[in-house]
Design a protein around this ligand. Sequence first.
Ligand SMILES: [Zn+2]
Length: 190
Amino acid sequence: MRTYCPNCAALIERRIPEGQDRERDICSACGEIFYDNPRNVVGTIVERDGAVLMCRRAISPRRYFWTVPAGFLELGESAFEGAARETLEEATAEVQNGELFAMLDVIHIGQIHIFYRTRLISDHWAPGAESDAVCFLKEDEIDWSQLAFPSIHRALTHYFNDRRRGHFEPHMEKLFRDSWETLGLDLEPR
Ligand SMILES: [Zn+2]
């Protein structure tokens, strides 16, 4: 929520602009309309000998829960470049080319989560600043209820299902508020 206009410092008001169909933040003086749109989270599924690169989060939210490298896309980078940057930051691992694998709409929090399948280009991985453990885990080594977010659970489920049938394809899916419950994610870390 904005209070003051970044252009002219006048108060922001909330109303429906002429010709539009929903409320926006609008400057009461200069009339600029400020749009709020979904944010992109981008991540990687890094494959190696049937296992996937996983990080344990050292930061909130969901500290001590497990995730694949992922984070908010920044301005000035492509979606895959963002995913590769997150992989370097969180797992000190370098990846180069990715294949679009999952696109999950998380509408109730205004986010789109995009995951790429990719591989390491050098034999190095280690915890970055936001992780306290980084390792490759196979399907039966993953503690599924200890995953950090529903989208991570769904992306990894699709990955191991596709891997088992020997054919990968992109997955699109909507996630809802109750995904936490239906997927059985723990509220406390073990
Ligand atoms: Zn203004």
